[in-house]
Structures are given as C-alpha cells and as structure tokens.
Design a binder for this molecule. Structure first.
Ligand code: COA
Length: 338
C-alpha cells in the first residue's frame, strides 16, 4: 500500500469530468461463436466470467481509430473545440506502434493542434492512472482541458488458440474531458494509486520488448500474446481493489452508503461481485456491463462510465467510486462527485 498522503498539497482548482464518450466496434463475437473455434462452451464462460459477448475491431482498425471516435463524443459533450485541449493522455497496452505515441495519432486525427500528449501504461488501471495524472495538471492551474482516453485493440495481443485467455477480452475505447470544477460541482474528491511489481510476471506479454526482442523463435513460441495465471490474478484483483477502494473512500471522507454508483474494472463478474460485497456495497450500487464487452483493459472503466452517464444512471451531485486493477499489478481508485 502506497503510504504517501496528499497532505499539504496546494490545490488551486478541483478537477471535474466535463464530458465522456465511448466507442465499441461493430463486430459482436458471442460465446457460441467461440464454441465453433475452441474447446469451450457458453455455460462455462458465463459461469466463470459473466461474459456473454465482446466486440472485435476490424482488421484495419487500430487503437487510435477507436480512441479518436470516443474522444470526438467526449469533446462534443464537454462543449469545447479540439483546439481548446491542452493535453492528451492515452492509457493503453495496445498502442498503434512502439513509437510514435498513440496520443500523437489521436492529436492529429482530432486537430487538437495546441495539445501536448503521451501514452500511459498501467494496463487495466490505465484510465484511472490517466485521470489522476490529468487531474494534477488541473489542480495546479497549469492546464484547463485534458483529454483522458482508455483505448485497446486487445485482439492484437490475444492468443486465439489459448482458451484460458481468449474468451475474456474485447476491443473498444472510452474518453473523458477533465476540466476545472465550478461552484456547482465538487469533482474529484480523492484518488489512490498502488502498484506491486513483484507480481509482474503473472500477467504479461512475454516478448516483443527490450527484455526479449522479437525473433523467429519468439514468434514460433507465440510469446507476443498475453499470458496470464488466472487464479492468482483473480485473488490479487479482489484484494487490491477492495484495499484501494476503501482507501479512496476514507480519503474522500465518504462511507459506502454515500456512493450512488461504483464502477469497477469490468474483467469478470465474479471479481466485480466479490469486490462489491467486501466493500459492503449493495448489488444495485454496482455497475455491470462485462456481459456485453468482456475485459477491454484500459478502456473498461471509461466505457462503463460513459454508459452509466448516457443511460441516465448518474445525476448531478451523485458520488461515484471508480476502481480498476491490472497487470503490474497496478490498482487505482477515484471518488468523485458528479
Ligand atoms: N472453456 C472451458 N474450459 C476452460 C476454459 C474455457 N474457455 N478455460 C479454462 N478451462 C478449464 C481449465 O482448463 C480447467 O480444466 P481442468 O480442471 O481440467 O484443468 C478448468 O476449466 C478450470 O480452470 P481454472 O483456471 O481453474 O478456472 P478458474 O475458475 O480460475 O477461471 C478464469 C478461469 C480465467 C476465468 C479466472 O481465473 C479469472 O477470471 N481470472 C482473472 C482473470 C482476469 O480478470 N484477468 C485480468 C485482470 S485485469
């Protein structure tokens, strides 16, 4: 647990979310579709994960395409122009390239000519990390409008022959415009970020980086795809999310009864339920859409947040608890007032 407390920090401004957007590719892949390709069945997938279907991007569609589509909606809903964006932070484990950054592609696609930008890698907790990083620039008054994006083409790193992982993941993107809070909205109340690098090998893409560069051998051994030790990851996900969520609530001075809606990383319905129960939340306080999209990593909380807002589940003054967990092992939690 990261013990650094933000006491004594001079915050000139609070940060709020001025607009959200999301994008899901058209192609729906159901559990029945998977039954035709690998040794699995709908009953097993639903019982172990809660996932019924997920979206797959088109072959010629990349992470920046999906991030751009989500960002356009968020910009429009925030009522700003692309030129007003100061900074673009793209959370992703599936960047278009090793370099340039996916943020650079999105900046160009949007015409956000004034914006600086970078990619941020905190796996499935990436969107939470990007919002917290962005909120710090808002807090100091350094920037006024920040575009935080979670975007993934996970199918580009999924081993379609590994039934332990392939049924879990999908593609998509979500985005939020972070701006200064006004007198009507309190915005972000607290944030906690944690990491446990000792567990980094439990969920990783073994090859293609500087530790094990790409070679014919790594390709033949399928080492450019995700590898996960599911059971251990499951246990760490539950305990870390509970820990981080509790710490964020405490730091915000909120109880679980104050939370209108908890949006957790949509990896597995059993994880979502276990975290909700351990935090003492009621079922109706916990948002679920993992059944429709599977695990979209950094895009997951961003898509869920946009869906909750677009379906009218969240109203002005509601308190939200966002919590995500991912490879690293990284965990992030934010409490905010909408
Ligand atoms: N279809 C059918 N059977 C499958 C299967 C599939 N897609 N995948 C695995 N199985 C089999 C296994 O081979 C195993 O068979 P065996 O007992 O004959 O060896 C059996 O089902 C049980 O596998 P196990 O790994 O014990 O299942 P589990 O209850 O741990 O569930 C996960 C597997 C992956 C669903 C679960 O571990 C999980 O959700 N982990 C966390 C994943 C996650 O969220 N990661 C991202 C975090 S950001």
């Amino acid at each position: 647990m990261n013990e650094i407390k933000p006491e004594g920090l001079k915050k000139l401004y609070s940060c709020r979310i001025a607009g959200t957007g999301s994008y899901l590719p058209e192609r729906v892949v159901t559990n029945t579709d998977w039954e035709k390709l690998i040794d699995t069945n709908d009953e097993w997938i639903v019982a172990r994960t809660g996932i019924k279907e997920r979206r797959f991007a088109a072959e010629d569609q990349c992470t920046s395409d999906m991030g751009t589509a989500a960002a356009k909606k968020a910009i429009q809903r925030a009522g700003i122009s692309p030129e007003e964006i100061d900074l673009i932070i793209v959370a992703t484990v599936t960047p278009d390239h090793i370099f340039p950054s996916t943020a650079a592609r999105i900046q160009h696609n949007l015409g956000a000519t004034r914006a600086a930008g970078f990619d941020l890698q905190a796996a499935c907790a990436g969107f939470l990390y990007s919002m917290e990083v962005g909120s710090q620039f808002i807090a100091t008054g350094y920037y006024k409008n920040i575009l935080a994006i979670g975007a993934e083409k996970l199918t580009s790193i999924t081993d379609m022959e590994d039934r332990n992982t392939c049924i879990l993941f999908g593609d998509g993107a979500g985005a939020a415009i972070l701006s200064r809070a006004d007198s009507k909205t309190k915005g972000f109340l607290s944030c906690v970020l944690q990491m446990d690098g000792s567990k980094a090998d439990l969920l990783q893409v073994p090859a293609g980086g500087s530790r094990t560069p790409a070679s014919q051998e790594t390709l033949d051994a399928r080492l450019h795809y995700m590898r996960m030790q599911g059971k251990e990851t499951f246990k760490c996900a539950v305990s870390s999310m509970v820990d981080c969520g509790r710490a964020a609530l405490e730091r915000a001075g909120c109880s679980v009864e104050d939370v209108k809606l908890a949006i957790f990383h949509q990896a597995n319905l059993r994880i979502i339920k276990a975290v909700g129960e351990r935090l003492g939340l009621k079922e109706e306080q916990v948002f679920v859409n993992v059944n429709k999209y599977g695990n979209t990593s950094a895009a997951s909380v961003a898509i869920a947040l946009d869906e909750a807002i677009e379906t009218g589940t969240v109203h002005s003054g509601d308190k939200l608890l966002l919590v995500a967990f991912g490879s690293g092992f990284t965990t992030g939690a934010i409490v905010l007032e909408w």
